[in-house]
Ligand binder design. Structure first.
Ligand SMILES: [Fe+2]
Ligand SMILES: [Fe+2]
Length: 303
């Protein structure tokens, strides 16, 4: 790999000029068919959009653009959909052409990893909304979006810099390291910073961009918002689910389940519940995700 590609300045300037990212095809296809159905309500559409981090990013980018007069203020999918309206939503989905899907070069990435990223984003979003409600955070929809987008930097790296992403993944697997530790060994920046660069370039509200930037290890800093702490815990919870379902991926867990619980107790009234209680709730809410995965399997067979 060309060493120039490792430089943060080069990555950042490419991201600043980035117009779009490929969406998760099964969600986009279903969403497009719902859009054509006159019976579909805006809240149905919002639910589908909120199943894909990239589609959510693209809707937020549009809703926060100067033409709607709410620059940097729209933090939830529901509000974004109301502001944009059906006509612009249709135009956006029509504009997601074959060109937006993964190119051959991007297919260098193991496609099962694309699915893992998608699951992780969705479980983190569900966990963030749940923890926000428990912690009394006043905007659960905002916490959901922040959870959904916290690792958008991984999507950017996988799609726009697949060689870099593959190298980090290889290092992570070979040395049995968490992804973010492996990327720190190879790069002068992390996926958290990459995601924040995208948020800044696309005009996301500051609190969302800052949550993306700071979602790892808030205990190392002072003054992080409650939203950052909620998304940090949601990320840990989502990783703990992955551990539960896939014991081979042990290197993903940075801290023990006991430690996750003790960190949760600092922000959430846990009332004697153990980690299983929270994991079961999140898995229950996430059951619908498997339905979308069936389409994903079809997509890879056809690829
Ligand atoms: Fe992350
Ligand atoms: Fe994460």
């Amino acid at each position: 790999m060309n060493q120039e590609e490792f430089k943060a300045g080069n990555i950042k300037s490419k991201i600043c000029g980035l117009e779009k990212l490929a969406t998760f095809e099964p969600v986009t296809c279903r969403f497009a068919s719902y859009l054509e159905n006159n019976e579909t309500s805006l809240s149905d559409l919002s639910r589908w959009i909120a199943l894909d981090p990239v589609l959510t990013c693209r809707i937020l980018k549009l809703a926060n653009s100067p033409c709607y007069g709410f620059s940097g203020q729209i933090t939830t999918v529901n509000l974004a959909v109301v502001i944009i309206g059906l006509k612009a939503l249709r135009e956006l989905v029509w504009s997601i052409s074959v060109m937006d899907q993964f190119t051959d070069q991007q297919k260098l990435i193991d496609q099962s990893e694309v699915v893992n990223l998608w699951f992780h984003s969705n479980y983190s979003a569900i966990a963030a909304r749940y923890l926000a409600e428990l912690a009394g955070y006043p905007a659960a929809g905002e916490a959901y979006v922040a959870g959904l987008l916290h690792d958008i930097g991984n999507q950017v790296l996988a799609q726009q810099f697949p060689e870099i992403y593959s190298r980090v993944m290889e290092q992570s697997l070979m040395k049995n390291l968490p992804f973010r530790v492996a990327e720190k060994q190879l790069l002068s920046f992390g996926h958290d910073e990459v995601g924040a660069w995208l948020g800044e370039a696309w005009g996301f509200p500051r609190m969302i961009t800052e949550t993306i930037r700071n979602h790892h290890a808030p205990e190392e800093r002072e003054g992080d918002s409650l939203l950052v702490k909620i998304v940090y815990l949601a990320d840990l919870l989502a990783h703990s689910l992955r551990e539960k379902n896939n014991p081979v991926a042990e290197h993903w867990m940075e801290i023990s389940e006991t430690e996750i619980m003790s960190r949760m107790k600092k922000f959430i009234p846990c009332n004697g519940h153990d980690l299983d209680y929270y994991q079961d709730h999140i898995l229950g809410e996430g059951e619908k995700l498997n339905e979308v995965l069936q389409d994903t399997t079809l997509m890879f067979i056809n690829a």
